[in-house]
Ligand binder design. Structure first.
Ligand code: AMP
Ligand code: MN
Ligand code: MN
Ligand code: MN
Length: 278
């Protein structure tokens, strides 16, 4: 079976490898086709596509859109999107706008906790200031020894419910799906197990996503624990979603799985790539 990995990040958002380095790693790991799905930007796609052509592997242009669904932040991956789509570009541009301001508020909260100067330091780790991420804060906190590693930075300060978490309004779910579909892409609900929802809300999320035009959910992802795969496999089958597989790779030492190293999808599922593979 082909080794296809449809969720990965680069330095264009909060990854540690450039698009070219990511593709070269994937080619070495034996990936047959890979998607670059940076948060809220399409900027890395051209470089990644060229690197994939050179490396002789397939490339799927993608994006991971930040969405506010009530008080929950969801991530929606768009696959096979046209990077030139004005609708998608304008939508992403809108949501990128608020990140810098949010970063200042995160830094102020950390300052109150006795950790000063994080805004400039986190910003220095981001390639595009409009894509300043909590991940950049986490890396800075780890670098200065305020925490053991980036995971501890989230667990202690940056995750929802922790003292430096700052609420933010991202895209509406319906808009994100509309932008993706308008760009010719397929909307995939990313790592549904990460949202920590009770069964009723989980069903509400899946039903709404489906009704709005969402076509797939991630089942096998580096952001799910392996014991979660069977739950999301059942939900995909019950709701009639296509299934996706992706490492959600952010870089060496930060992600449990490298591109293409997770288990294959169970044979009972219809892979999302059946939409475009001939
Ligand atoms: P942001 O879009 O700036 O809010 O940052 C979201 C990113 O932070 C995600 O894409 C992950 O890479 C990372 N992240 C979010 N929550 C956690 C967590 N609990 N543990 C580790 N990484 C996380
Ligand atoms: Mn991320
Ligand atoms: Mn995500
Ligand atoms: Mn991701």
């Amino acid at each position: 079976m082909d080794n296809i990995d449809l969720h990965n990040h680069s330095t264009r958002s909060d990854g540690l490898l450039s698009p070219t380095q990511l593709i070269e790693l994937a080619a070495r790991t034996g990936v047959d086709a890979i998607a670059l799905t940076d948060h809220d930007t399409l900027e890395g796609l051209e470089e990644a596509a060229a690197a994939a052509r050179r490396a002789g592997i397939g490339f799927v242009p993608g994006v991971e859109i930040s969405v506010s669904w009530g008080s929950v932040t969801l991530h929606v991956v768009g696959l096979q999107v046209d990077p030139a789509s004005p609708l998608l570009r304008d939508g992403l541009d809108q949501i990128r706008g608020g990140r810098l301001e949010r970063g200042k508020v995160i830094a102020a909260a950390l300052d109150k906790l006795g950790i000063a100067g994080t805004f400039e330091a986190a910003l220095a780790l981001a390639q595009d200031e409009r894509l300043l991420s909590r991940t950049h804060f986490a890396r800075h906190l780890a670098e200065r020894g305020a925490v053991r590693d980036t995971q501890q930075a989230f667990d202690k300060y940056l995750a929802k419910g922790k003292p430096a978490f700052v609420e933010h309004h991202w895209a509406d779910l319906g808009d994100a799906v509309r932008w993706i579909r308008g760009a010719g892409g397929v909307a995939v609900l990313a790592h549904p197990g990460r949202y920590d929802l009770k069964p009723m809300m989980r069903h509400e999320m899946l039903a709404q996503f489906k009704a709005l035009g969402g076509e797939a959910i991630e089942v096998v992802t580096g952001s799910h624990r392996p014991e979660e795969y069977s739950l999301w496999q059942r939900e995909a089958l019950e709701f009639g979603f296509l299934a996706s597989r992706g490492a959600d790779y952010h870089g060496p030492g930060e992600s449990p799985a490298e591109p293409g190293t997770l288990p294959q999808l169970n044979a009972s599922l219809t892979p999302v790539w059946s939409k475009w593979a001939h």
